[in-house]
Design a protein around this ligand. Structure first.
Ligand SMILES: Cc1cc2nc3c(=O)[nH]c(=O)nc-3n(C[C@H](O)[C@H](O)[C@H](O)COP(=O)(O)OP(=O)(O)OC[C@H]3O[C@@H](n4cnc5c(N)ncnc54)[C@H](O)[C@@H]3O)c2cc1C
Length: 440
């Protein structure tokens, strides 16, 4: 879409899957589309379609259902001025595909069930082979530009890394949430007796830790029959060992005694849940270069192929959309000078992407209760930051999870580190004053 808008034609999008959905259970999730995505959609002219398909939420409404008789309800102003648009991955892919089919059909062709393989030919040039699901060669293309957007396990990026090692390398950092396993379970929306616009946490028993169970539900359309329940647990959790439908119902019922589990989960959905393979949260990783220009062609990596993190702060898709927005602006500014446009794209993206990678390491990695103590410390810091920011907003910025919705990632990081330093000074000064006062 970005290329077609600049007047490029003969753009080929190769996607190895048969279409936009249904997504595998490991990829069936609800995105929280924020400012970065909405601005890109505005520039590209599909914001209305996005808003039509998503659920716009301005204030977070959260209901916690656990073993206690009363449901806990929390209301928070966490979504910033732009609000958040919740949308299923499948819907987002459909909106993007429809845009191409409706407006760019002359210049863009989408080839589903087409595997893209990038190779060196005999003369050392990179060529693209398009192959069908059986692996047969459908077409060979000698491209002017290759955009590698093939996700966290990008094979195209790996080829770039081998061909241009001086331009493309990779940095990897661990995160407390990397390696956790994810699966979606469909839950009947109306059976929970709560508004579809409310986020819900079904919280099960936590001891021993291997048996901890939590299901998170994001807002959904009122007319959706079923909501996506997200389950994120460590690899050694007992749930992953269950392969029998009745056993699984029983396991859930033990955890959630206040609801009738058979009433909220259809048997077919439970079977689907059990038969699917979980997705694994990636490490934090990013590419040391985002583009290269050779005599024959230009190469760019975008989205998760260029940078990926576990989805603790829900920035993955928003950061991808910002990549596209920046690429769009750079191409527009430099017209036919592709080398200058890509140089500018890389320069504009580098500091923000690196800042997001740093932020992702500490912003909210204990969200999934892997370490209850660390989660409590995180909550304490959040509360402290809210209070300090209310008392002295000029001196203390909000918590990083709010800052990323207001500023660029690099500015959010700068403000967060500045506030952390000030809190450290304040702590040391208060302790010194106390010791002085006590005459110790
Ligand atoms: C469990 C989980 C939950 C997440 N939750 C959130 C969230 O709540 N909010 C958020 O913002 N982000 C979330 N993310 C991250 C978000 O999904 C990614 O950041 C986003 O999908 C990246 O988009 P992408 O287009 O770069 O890659 P992908 O979405 O991975 O798309 C890559 C596509 O390339 C195709 N492909 C791969 N190789 C080839 C090939 N050789 N030839 C042709 N096609 C190929 C794949 O089939 C795939 O469709 C989550 C990620 C995971 C794993």
């Amino acid at each position: 879409m970005v290329l077609a808008k600049q007047g490029w034609d003969d753009v080929i999008v190769a996607e190895r899957l048969p279409g936009c959905g249904p997504q595998a259970s490991s990829r069936e999730y609800t995105y929280a589309l924020k400012k970065r995505t909405l601005r890109f959609a505005q520039v590209m002219g599909f914001e209305d379609q996005l808003r039509h398909e998503g659920v716009a939420i301005n204030r977070l409404l959260l209901e916690v259902i656990d073993k206690s008789p009363e449901r806990k309800r929390v209301e928070m102003n966490t979504h910033g001025e732009d609000g958040v648009l919740y949308m299923r991955r499948k819907k987002l892919l459909e909106v993007l595909t429809d845009q191409i089919e409706d407006h760019y059909f002359n210049s863009v062709s989408i080839m589903f069930e087409t595997q893209c393989v990038v190779k060196n030919d005999d003369s050392g040039k990179l060529v693209v082979e398009l192959r069908n699901p059986e692996g047969d060669l459908v077409r060979t293309v000698l491209p002017k530009l290759i955009l590698a957007c093939d996700g966290v396990h990008s094979k195209v990026r790996t080829t770039f890394e081998k061909t241009y090692p001086q331009r493309f390398g990779r940095k990897i950092r661990s995160s407390p949430s990397a390696g956790l396993l994810y699966k979606a379970l469909l839950i009947k929306g109306d059976a929970l007796n709560t508004s579809m616009h409310t986020s819900v946490i079904l919280r099960g028993g936590s001891k021993p830790k291997r048996q901890y169970l939590q299901v998170g539900l994001f807002p959904s359309h009122e007319e959706d029959a079923r909501r996506i329940g997200s389950i994120v647990l460590p690899e050694d959790n007992d749930l992953w060992k269950i392969d029998n439908c009745d056993e699984c119902y029983e396991y859930f019922q033990q955890h959630f005694p206040r609801i009738s589990v058979r009433d909220i989960i259809d048997r077919d959905d439970m079977k689907l849940f059990l038969s699917s393979t979980p997705g694994r949260f990636p490490h934090i990783q990013w590419s040391t270069g985002f583009h290269s220009v050779s005599e024959n062609a230009a190469y760019v990596i975008l989205g998760d192929a260029a940078h990926s993190t576990p989805p603790d702060i829900g920035e993955g898709v928003n950061c991808c959309m910002e990549d596209l927005h920046v690429l769009h602006d750079s191409l527009q500014r430099h017209g036919d000078d592709l080398a200058a446009a890509l140089e500018e794209f890389e320069k504009a993206r580098r500091s923000d992407v690196e800042a997001l990678m740093r932020i992702s390491r500490y912003a909210h990695p204990y969200l999934y209760n892997q370490n209850p103590l660390m989660k409590k410390l995180w909550t304490a810091e959040l509360a402290l930051r809210v209070v300090l920011n209310k008392l002295l907003p000029a001196a203390f910025d909000q918590h990083i999870i709010f800052l990323i919705n207001q500023y660029s990632y690099s500015e959010a990081l700068r403000r967060d580190l500045r506030t952390k330093t000030r809190i450290s000074f304040l702590t040391v000064a208060s302790l010194s004053a106390l010791l002085y006062y006590l005459n110790i």
